[in-house]
Design a protein around this ligand. Sequence first.
Ligand SMILES: Cc1cc2nc3c(=O)[nH]c(=O)nc-3n(C[C@H](O)[C@H](O)[C@H](O)COP(=O)(O)OP(=O)(O)OC[C@H]3O[C@@H](n4cnc5c(N)ncnc54)[C@H](O)[C@@H]3O)c2cc1C
Length: 327
Amino acid sequence: MEHKYDLVVIGGGPVGLFAAYFAGMRSADVAVVESLPQLGGQVSALFPEKNIYDVGGIPGIKAKDLVKNQLTQLEAFQPEVFLETSVQSIEENGDGDYSLITNQGVILARSIIIAIGNGAFAPRKLAFDYDPELEHNGMVDYFISDLDTCRGQKIAIAGGGDSAVDCALALEPIADQVTIIHRRDQFRGLESSVTKMENSRVQIKTPFLLNQLHEQDHQLAVTLKRVKSDELQTILVDKLIVNYGFTADSRILRQWGLELKGVKVKVNTKMETNRPKIYAIGDAVDYEGKLDLIATGYGEAPIAVTTALQTIYPNKIQPVHSTSLFN
Ligand SMILES: Cc1cc2nc3c(=O)[nH]c(=O)nc-3n(C[C@H](O)[C@H](O)[C@H](O)COP(=O)(O)OP(=O)(O)OC[C@H]3O[C@@H](n4cnc5c(N)ncnc54)[C@H](O)[C@@H]3O)c2cc1C
């Protein structure tokens, strides 16, 4: 018989991860399903190098370190983690439990917590065609989860926003050479970061558009076209990191039979949706006074987990405080 989890958390952002941890701490058999190849949601994908100052008890932490700490917490309970797995639909089975239909197969769940934030992320791609092999061999990347893979390399970064500038600054001390390419003369990053970048070793190519990519002598030849001019330049690098941001699409929620408030899931104070044993938390939900903050989602996660476990195991009374669980 196929394995059925007590609780499946859809979305491996900070809020989903905390829900999985909290459920693991209460001995639930839990799984996390994440559509990206990495965990951490917006925090990992959109601002890994920024500092977060509004999580209680933490004076300030680099976003990627917050996720790292959450993964360390999770390790204690070893929940099943399905990466690159997108939930497409949620079907009720005859026994009142659920089948999650994903691009990788079916996952069975007694209860579900939806923590999909603003929806599944997809990186904004380059506007022209190039050999897909360049992505497979790592010469073109839309995610850099480990900066160390760029150590000693020649890196080009395409983009002009916060995360492109942060990426250039983070790579500058470890890469052999960093070139940032942007179609405008002005960067949209934080002023202090842009100034720091301008005063660093980072080579700035503006206003240039990427025009063509091809492999040449085990390197990537990046052809650039100066905006409003016919001037072409080609630079040779080991890797191009495309940092045009991400698009998020939450339209899938409409297919999950959920009552919505605008584009978000409507929940009550127990984080219950209109479907039995399906809860929603984090940026995916809306209610009066809702704030899209990590701290808010961290508060919603224990409520949803506790409601879910009380519903599927009504006779199992669990202590509220972790101090009573382990001390
Ligand atoms: C630039 C920026 C700065 C920010 N700064 C702060 C800050 O300083 N402090 C703060 O508290 N908050 C900040 N936020 C907001 C914070 O990032 C969000 O509130 C938080 O990430 C919400 O977490 P979440 O887990 O609900 O959703 P998300 O982080 O959005 O994670 C949702 C996850 O679900 C996955 N997913 C979506 N659909 C599916 C599907 N169908 N199947 C499987 N997986 C799916 C997504 O890929 C994603 O990984 C900031 C946000 C941005 C963009």
